[in-house]
Design a binder for this molecule. Structure first.
Ligand SMILES: *Cc1c(COP(=O)(O)O)cnc(C)c1O
Length: 413
């Protein structure tokens, strides 16, 4: 047990637990020597982009790792989603969770599709198949599932629904690179799945993404589409965009793949330590991962039930930030409460009771290769002292808030 006292907390006048900020998505950096060797090759070859040798090798390695027929590397995850949506010929209405990164929904709206927000399962945080079926109308053309936190959606149920109603099924797999579902790697499901390799993801290519699919026709279409529709030097056979991954990004990706197992191992150890340290605390829950599956453990997701803990998730957040622990409220306040969706669909929340509750409970804690055992012990000591004194912390935080509010009011006069 730690000897941390309430008065040690920075928010109550103590010294911050960390001098430097701890981030949720601090980039994992691969072996520098291997990366720089590849960068040097690129400069020697002067082949900087346009389906260069590193992009081709990267696509092949990813496809092998996932056991999928086609991998098309892209400039980012959002472009991967947008091109997949267009290539799959989605139109009118697409069913999508509101509990996701806003990029998932923007990728639909950007192409004048109507995102139809569907509620999530409160335990898995993933789109609830029972609710999906209720949202289907004659205008529905597809379902966009999101494997939130890298935990697969209810893929069998969603697949069944998509077959029954003849809908396209796509997955935003931005969180789920390196994860499996019933022994099969994510990337093999639905019509296509999209990954993000953004710097904040546990595996990154600086910026980057990919579409993976076992569908030959879809793959061919996506390949054309991400390169302006060029089929030959002067031959454009369909509409397209510039969605290409560059050679430096592929070099980063190839180097990162060589270190992928280490990144995952660190994430797993971090997750297990959080789980052990937080075990038995009342009113909080750490989301667990099915360890019989492949899993990247990239998010440590913590839920606060204010009715038990007395302190709210936001009060916990304030305490942690004052200690330089930059925990994040992903995906607060839910896409349906962000613009333009909030104005377009002002009543969407009525259909999203679980989403509205989940966004008030969730906190993502720092992990990744820049976080170790010492940091996690300290973070958990802070959380523990807050939870064991929930009523006192709440009262003191609310008094502090009142003081600040009245100071503001005086300033205004
Ligand atoms: C990161 C992320 C994206 C966007 O990927 P980018 O590579 O940043 O464009 C999309 N969806 C989800 C769920 C994400 O987490």
């Amino acid at each position: 047990m730690s000897k941390l006292q309430l008065s040690d907390l920075a928010i109550f006048g103590g010294k911050a637990a960390f001098d430097a900020e701890l981030h949720v998505g601090r980039p994992n950096v691969p072996d520098r020597r291997r990366l720089l060797e590849r960068m040097s090759d690129i400069l020697d070859r002067k082949w900087l982009t346009n389906n260069g040798p590193y992009v081709q090798e990267f696509e092949q390695r990813v496809a092998e790792m996932i056991g999928v027929k086609h991998c098309i590397a892209m400039c980012n995850g959002t472009a991967a989603l947008e091109v997949a949506i267009k290539a799959a010929d989605l139109r009118d209405e697409v069913i999508v969770p509101s509990f996701t990164f806003v990029g998932t929904v923007h990728a639909l709206q950007w192409q004048q599709l109507k995102p139809v927000f569907c509620d999530v399962d409160p335990l898995s945080h993933n789109i609830d198949p029972a609710r999906v079926e209720q949202m289907i109308t004659p205008r529905t053309t597809g379902i966009m599932g999101v494997h939130v936190w890298g935990r697969p959606c209810d893929i069998p149920a969603l697949t069944k629904i998509s077959k029954k109603y003849n809908l396209r099924l796509l997955f935003d797999a931005a969180h789920a690179f390196g994860c499996s579902h019933r022994g099969r790697m994510i990337g093999n499901f639905g019509d296509a799945e999209a990954f993000s390799f953004h710097a904040t993801k546990f595996f990154n290519t600086f910026e980057g993404g990919a579409v993976v699919t076992n569908n030959e026709d879809l793959a061919a279409k996506i390949r054309l589409m991400k390169n302006f529709g060029f089929a030959g030097n002067d031959e454009v056979i369909q509409i397209g965009i510039n969605g290409k991954m560059s050679e430096p990004s592929a070099a980063m990706g190839l180097s990162g793949l060589e270190n992928l197992d280490e990144f995952i191992k660190v994430n797993r150890i971090n997750y297990q330590q959080y789980r052990n340290e937080l075990e038995g605390l009342q009113g909080v829950r750490l989301l667990t991962f099915d360890e019989s599956e492949k899993c990247n453990f990239q998010y440590v997701v913590f839920e606060v039930d204010e009715s038990v803990t007395q302190v709210s998730r936001d009060e916990m957040l304030r305490v942690l930030w004052s200690e330089n622990v930059l925990a994040r409220r992903y995906f607060y306040p839910g896409c349906h409460r962000m613009e333009p969706y909030r104005s377009l669909f002002p009543n969407a929340g009525l259909m999203l009771p679980e989403t509205e509750r989940v966004v008030e409970r969730v906190l993502c804690l720092p992990t990744g290769t820049s976080i170790g055992s010492h940091e996690i012990r300290t973070i958990c000591d802070i959380i523990r002292v807050v939870l064991l004194n929930g009523d006192v912390v709440r009262k003191r935080l609310r008094d502090l808030q009142q003081m600040m509010d009245s100071k503001d009011r005086k300033k205004m006069h």
